[in-house]
Design a protein around this ligand. Structure first.
Ligand code: SF4
Length: 465
């Protein structure tokens, strides 16, 4: 029997930032149950693989990680190790995982992230389990964290993701997330502001607000439920605009960034709230997925080309120095070359500051998976390459336009940083010609570029006064 005071837990977290927050909450609960967190799998008494179940490649990556950790624990030193599987794939395929990979010791769902500590204690106490403990109680989760939910943060100390809501009410035909993460449910404004205060007091300089549909924040708490095309109106209840105004009141020098917004729930009041609050950076992440009317309809995006183009116009007019990030899916069933050319044309004329392109993934259980006219993989990849090549040209030009400018930079490592226009993990970086202190804001003079990245000479930030 192992000595419990040494219990250690290790975590492999895959997928998106929302899943990463779940991993941080699981580790937070483990720590509050006496575990220490280790980054070396060899030392762990229990290893958690926090899976992603969004698209095929992500599922394969999750299975590979589970099998690899199981293989690696086939040594005498690690024979006692327990293997736990959590995350979206566990939520969606718990019985399949238990059947296909009986070596797993326990499978936990998205509703267990906040109270996994007891399970881990019981697991390390017990000898090997006969078959996986399958603790996934229901198809779609209902859990939502609160401001005092213990978290063991896995991001750099100066930057944090803050989950303001969970689940999604949209019917996008290619997506299975609502089936795993359930209906949209927002935290309260005071809960989110409480967590912002706590993060800022821990020295966090950048708070990335995330959920499946960040712009729908609060609207599920309105008296009369807000529908897809309902105008956003703060008189009717909590909204993202109200939340930003309250976060802006929190003392401290920090950035607030909006990720995962949906075009259907933007409002002039939200645009004004971003423009009037200096803490909220002029950066908007808004996955659009496509622009041709036929594709938007087939994808069930609950929006139209006209609406999107009007919205982009209002965003650019209402938020000075805005950087717009979006993502598109190419190769959706039935996408003709005419549809694809329309998308390329739109990318060319709109000139997004940041852009990602994904090939359509035929997701079992999604409406689109049953559609005719599925596009061959080679053609999907060819379209993605063409779209990314076009964006590379645009992004390189935009980077060159920054040369000679002075920019505020959040230092990430001694040699690199990010500007207000760069979200963590997905966007460009600033290569610093001189060392700087991670977690600090500095001024830097852009002297050159490296494709989309900037090269800049740092100089200390003059005090605000
Ligand atoms: S908005 Fe659409 S793509 Fe995004 S999580 Fe919801 S259903 Fe999925």
């Amino acid at each position: 029997m192992k000595d419990h005071s040494q219990r250690k837990v290790g975590m492999v977290s895959l997928g998106c930032a929302k899943n990463l927050v779940d991993a941080e909450i699981m580790l937070g609960d483990a720590v509050s149950h006496g575990f220490a967190v280790t980054s070396s799998p060899e030392e762990a008494d229990v290893l958690i693989v926090n899976t992603c179940g969004f698209i095929d490649s992500a599922k394969q990556e999750s299975i590979d990680a589970i099998l690899e950790l199981h293989r690696d624990r086939q040594t005498e030193k690690r024979a006692h190790q327990k293997l736990v599987v959590s995350g979206c794939m566990a939520q969606r395929f718990s019985s399949e995982l238990a059947r296909e990979i009986p070596e797993i010791d326990a499978i936990v769902g998205l509703d267990q992230v906040g109270d996994i500590g007891t399970l881990l204690q019981n697991l390390v106490e017990s000898d090997s389990t006969q078959s996986p403990l399958n603790l996934v109680a229901r198809a779609a989760s209902r859990y939502i964290p609160d401001y005092d939910t213990p978290r063991f943060r896995l991001t750099p100390s100066h930057s944090a993701y803050l989950k303001i809501a969970e689940g999604c009410n949209h019917p996008c035909s290619f997506c299975v997330i609502p089936r795993m993460r359930g209906r949209h449910r927002s935290r309260t404004i005071s809960s989110v502001v409480g967590e912002v205060r706590s993060l800022v007091s821990q020295g966090v300089r950048e708070i990335n607000l995330i959920s499946q549909d960040t712009t729908f924040f609060g609207m599920d708490q309105w008296e009369q439920k807000a529908g897809p095309r309902q105008p956003v109106d703060s008189q009717r209840g909590p909204t993202l605009a109200k939340l930003l105004d309250e976060i802006a009141e929190v003392e401290g020098d920090f950035w607030v960034r909006l990720l995962y917004t949906h075009p259907a729930h933007w409002s002039d009041e939200l645009i004004e709230a971003i423009a009037r609050n200096p803490k909220v950076v002029p950066y908007v992440d808004m996955p659009l997925q496509h622009i041709h009317e036929d594709m938007l309809l087939a994808m069930r995006r609950e929006t139209s080309r006209q609406h999107i183009e009007d919205l982009i116009g209002r965003l650019r007019a209402g938020i000075p120095n805005l950087a717009l990030r979006t993502t598109f899916i190419v190769g959706f069933p039935g996408e003709t070359s005419k549809h694809f050319e329309a998308l390329l044309q739109f990318i060319e004329t709109t000139r997004f500051e940041r852009l990602g392109v994904f090939t359509y993934s035929q997701e079992e259980g999604s409406r689109a998976a049953k559609m005719e006219n599925q596009i061959p993989t080679a053609e999907k990849n060819r379209r993605m390459r063409r779209a990314m090549m076009l964006q590379q040209k645009i992004a390189t030009e935009m980077a060159q336009n920054q040369v000679g400018k002075d920019l505020r930079v959040l230092v990430e490592t001694p040699h690199t940083g990010r500007t207000i226009h760069d979200a963590p993990d997905v966007d460009c970086k600033v290569i610093l010609t001189q060392d700087a202190t991670p977690g600090e804001f500095i001024q830097a003079h852009v002297t050159d570029t490296q494709v989309y990245d900037l090269v800049a000479q740092p100089y200390p930030l003059r005090s605000a006064s």
